[in-house]
Design a protein around this ligand. Structure first.
Ligand code: NDP
Length: 331
């Protein structure tokens, strides 16, 4: 039976189409956005919700602001009747053309703050609730309980094992010795490694932290009822994620992905893939990073993508966890 899912970043792109796909499957969807009004407008434009208005609700959370995350999650927990059955960490910003870092209300570099610290805090605040989920599932002969799901949008550019993860523009994802985090990550520090600001790399590093977080959650909470997974939905080259890239890139990149690399995936298909990882028993394996490959094949099946040591190394992951607990102000 479908359950209740909280998903971040649904004003456009993958999050919006995942919302649609989840509603199609009968899930109740709660969206978290910095502008619930824009989230609602985007949903209405897609004709959502189409059955019952209660199937879609919008709450206000600005992921770049730790206070907003704490408050938004607290308000949500106060009004939930049943535990959540899934959390999808989807929202992200990508600002590859900044000449100097932008800062979050807490003073952190903005892409790391939004993509990683905001989600990290949200996860810590919701984990207990998620572990109480008891979503019934028909197991052929009788009803059983389906695992709850914590799903993170990962990416190929954060995985050094794949060709896309080795691209040196501006540099592959790499957290170095984490000295930027260790020293408090405040001005003038702007990279996890403590090195010079490279805005495109700041995005990749934040996604690397997202993927490390899933691996570390899996290690720490192996025996819990929550399944932790990340996914690469394919290259959804025409979303608003690329709004801060040069216009010519926004025009050429989808064509390049469609006709040269074959990696292009439409927004509806990416949304369906997210919904599958949330909902389908086939995806109920914790610790997996799901991919459908970089070159899309018709009716291609999902597989567990091999991850680089930068993502799987337990020592690095444990350090990222401890430092994130401190920087994301988890009490
Ligand atoms: P979009 O830019 O279309 O969507 C990003 C969403 O995040 C928007 O709804 C945006 O809302 C929201 N968001 C941004 N900042 C905040 C914030 N401070 N608080 C709350 N919400 C925020 O991008 P995509 O759909 O392409 O990306 C979705 C996810 O998929 C990302 O995690 C991305 O890394 C991942 N991904 C994307 C790929 C692609 O090819 N597009 C490939 C691999 C992974 P707002 O309107 O307020 O800015």
């Amino acid at each position: 039976a479908p359950g209740t899912v909280l998903i971040t970043g649904t004003t456009s792109g993958v999050g919006l189409y995942a919302t649609k796909a989840l509603i199609d499957l009968g899930w109740k969807v709660i969206t978290a956005n910095r502008s619930p009004e824009r989230a609602e407008k985007a949903a209405v434009k897609l004709g959502l919700p189409f059955r019952c208005p209660k199937q879609l609700q919008h709450i206000s959370i600005d992921l770049s602001d730790l206070d907003s995350v704490s408050k938004g999650v607290k308000d949500l927990l106060d009004k939930l009747d049943e535990p959540l059955d899934a959390l999808v960490c989807n929202a992200a910003v990508y600002m590859p053309r900044l000449s100097k870092p932008r800062r979050s209300p807490q003073g952190y570099e903005l892409s790391m703050a939004t993509n990683h610290f905001g989600h990290f805090l949200m996860i810590q605040l919701l984990l207990e609730n998620l572990s109480k989920s008891k979503r019934p599932v028909w197991k052929g002969r009788s009803w059983g309980i389906e695992s709850s799901r914590l799903v993170m949008l990962g990416t190929v550019t954060a995985n050094y094992k794949e060709l896309g993860g080795k691209i040196p523009i501006p540099a592959p994802a790499d957290l170095g010795d984490l000295s930027g985090f260790k020293e408090g990550f405040l001005d003038p520090i702007c990279m996890a490694s403590g090195k010079r600001f490279k805005p495109g790399k700041a995005y990749k590093d934040s996604k690397l932290c997202n993927m490390i977080t899933i691996q570390e959650l899996h290690r720490r909470f192996k025996d819990s009822s929550v399944v932790f997974s990340s996914l690469y939905p394919g290259c959804v080259a025409n979303t608003k994620l690329f709004r801060n890239t040069p216009k010519i890139f926004q025009w050429l990149f989808p064509l390049f992905q469609r006709f040269v690399t074959g990696g292009f995936v439409s927004q509806p298909l990416a949304g369906k893939r997210v919904a599958q990882v949330v909902s389908s028993p086939e995806f109920g394996i914790s610790g997996v990073h799901w991919s459908w490959g970089n070159r899309q094949k018709k009716n291609g099946e999902q597989f567990s993508q091999k991850l680089s040591e930068r993502i799987t190394d337990p020592e690095t992951a444990s350090d990222v966890w401890d430092l994130s607990m401190k920087l994301a102000e988890v009490n």
